[in-house]
Design a protein around this ligand. Sequence first.
Ligand code: ATP
Ligand code: MG
Length: 412
Amino acid sequence: MTTLQPVRGTQSLLGEDADRLAAVVAAFDRVRRLFGFRRVEVPVIEPTDVFARSIGETTDIVSKEMYTFADRGGDSITLRPEFTAGIARAYLSEGWQQHAPLKVATHGPAFRYERPQKGRFRQFHQLDAEVIGAAEAAADVEILCFGDQLLRELGIGDGVTLELNTLGDPQTREAWRAALIEHFSAHRADLSEDSVARLDRNPLRILDSKDPGDRAIAGSAPPIDDYLTPEAADFFAEVTAGLDAAGVEWTRSPRLVRGLDYYRHTAFEFVTDRLGAQGTVIAGGRYDGLIETLGGPSTPAVGWAAGIERLAMMIDTPAADAPDVVLVPLGERAEAEAQRILSVLRRAGIAADMSYRGNVKKRLSRASASGAARALIIGDDELAKGEAQLKILDSGEQRSIPLHGLAEALKA
Ligand code: ATP
Ligand code: MG
């Protein structure tokens, strides 16, 4: 029988690789508390419409990346490609509106049918933070500070740049859109096929194209600043003033747009050059129009999502989980006694393990390999005296220790 292989673009991780993802999530959770974002859980599966309506039909995600299937009842279901739309759906269907402005955060797997490569998977994991029901620039500043502090907490703040743009209000966006259509129409013959298809329906998306030819044409596109209404310019100025006050560094990126249609005003990416082509580690913006597209009332909101795998590739190697002590029983009585000691130690909050295979030498070398600092060698003879040998594994130093009060002695 042939061995079964994993689904392309998925990962099964052991040891350091898994520890890295966990370290990113742990840092996120610490910063989340500092910023007062409440933890939420939303489903992995949603009705397809939740994403199709909000993210936009012309986006890469909806047009070609979603895992969509009919369930056994015939309903069209999609594995979440991102969190924002599902959180917005829950905001409406679960009565979360009463908590507005609501600061929430979550993390977990997301799914996109993409070509797998470094930093790009079909099942990947995101951190997500949202402020829903706040139109104030203070909310944009807070969400950006959260991202900045997460990167500091992960020890990678120095290698990452915050690229910031505004997409303006609807009036700004309309005027800019018209100017972009004019610009790109003049270069129609040189645009990629995808971009030509987007030209009339969603020219902003061409600015986000990864095609090298498109990028050159996008580079000479008119910047949004020429079309900003005074209100939109004021809002952006408030956001940047807030960032300056908070000591968060940023650079202006006048052609930055996001790959999703729902953004207004603030749009941003935290970008690094350390991950090759997949350099965006956190991305987000203000999405005042999204909740309306899901049938809700007009609701201002701002948020971001971060790729856990990409952040995990950048952090220092996290300390591996090693036991404090490994028990090495040498005899039948000792082995039974070791079970008792093991549970006493674990209940006392001491990470303890038992090495039960092979001769003493093997057992001790397994104990060392586990990363433990100490081994407790339990022989039948010493057991009769209520004692065992405590061995410091890196020095080899060894002494007798009474089994009575062992947990306290090991903690001291
Ligand atoms: P990209 O331009 O790299 O395709 P995106 O614009 O599609 O990114 P978003 O929808 O903004 O990405 O998702 C937020 C973050 O999630 C990204 O910045 C990235 O860190 C991560 N991410 C997105 N897609 C993937 C993927 N297929 N594999 C791993 N991480 C991903
Ligand atoms: Mg993408």
